[in-house]
Design a protein around this ligand. Sequence first.
Ligand SMILES: Cc1cc2nc3c(=O)[nH]c(=O)nc-3n(C[C@H](O)[C@H](O)[C@H](O)COP(=O)(O)OP(=O)(O)OC[C@H]3O[C@@H](n4cnc5c(N)ncnc54)[C@H](O)[C@@H]3O)c2cc1C
Length: 344
Amino acid sequence: MALVLVVGAGVTGLVTAIRCALTGHRVTVLDRGPVPNPASTSADEHRVLRLLRPGDLDATRRMIEARDRWLGLESLLRTKFFRRVGIVTACAPDEVEPVLDIAREARAAAAVVAPETLAPVAFPAGTTGVLDRAAGVLLAEKFLRTAAEWLAAHPAVTLRPGCAVSDVDDHRVVLADGTPLGADVVVVAAGPWSAELAGDPVRLHRQTMVYLRAPQRLAAWWASAPGVGRIGAHRTAWLVPPGDGTLLKISSDAVCREVDRITDPDPAPWADRLLAEPILADLGDYDVVGVRDGHYATDPATGGPVLTRVCPSVWCRSACGGTGFSSAPLVADEIVDAVMEVSA
Ligand SMILES: Cc1cc2nc3c(=O)[nH]c(=O)nc-3n(C[C@H](O)[C@H](O)[C@H](O)COP(=O)(O)OP(=O)(O)OC[C@H]3O[C@@H](n4cnc5c(N)ncnc54)[C@H](O)[C@@H]3O)c2cc1C
């Protein structure tokens, strides 16, 4: 049995803590805020779980595995937080067959859908939709809450909210008040803040999201609507459908910018820019009910996510890009495999 210290109670930290507890280890989860922390990147109504990765069979297979892990978490926590509504990608005519090929090879269910069947969504001219049937929306905050409750009730787990970590070293972390804590394995799962504590430098991004309430006449349609991606003026926008008490959310790479630090400036000008994108038909019928910035980190070399072993006992999720929520169970698996090695 190993003693594992997890720094950060976002999705990565909580899923890792669950996996560690299930495999018989003792776990302490430290977060500078409450657990779950509404200021974490993970704390949002929803996150998309997309299976089909055009042009990348391995990544598609990985995401199918991730989806299966999420279904396993639903069973464990006895709570539904995956809405299998499907995700539609807008494709130019020459992009459709390659996506369907990947789906066939990976045995993922996919189908072509006519944009007219998704009339409330503005599809870019000349594109058609490919529906990733087994994909959908993870109710992120619902999962975080349920996971925190499960962990709080587990005898091998200690949750320590309000515990900021100021330093990480082999087999130990130092709290902001100077207290050192020892461990067999340390997992730095501090989201876009991880690189401040350990790991290699990352590229930081800030992205604005706008939350909308659909007009009453479309409420029933949206309740079972899929998510849609690669829409907007430059085909870099996406929408997460409302349902199960959540709002409709839109965003776009057009409102994603590289930043030096994680700060909290007024997102309103970026929201205006986002609302000017052709994402929804009849946008004027929707109420804007929220605007929020989120930050994520990427590997400066590849633009992707990174999980590194900083030293023999320290793992760091130093970069956590756009698939960071949905792929968290796979990251947790990798970390737990490493914990098993240490404790063998
Ligand atoms: C706009 C946007 C849209 C996204 N959309 C998707 C999507 O559709 N699908 C998807 O899969 N992913 C998506 N992502 C990515 C995903 O949300 C993140 O990768 C994921 O939530 C990161 O989770 P995490 O647990 O690693 O970090 P976080 O959720 O950020 O958690 C880190 C925790 O560490 C704590 N912490 C930080 N520093 C310290 C410290 N020094 N001491 C103690 N505690 C500390 C923080 O308080 C926080 O609670 C999106 C990201 C953004 C920004």
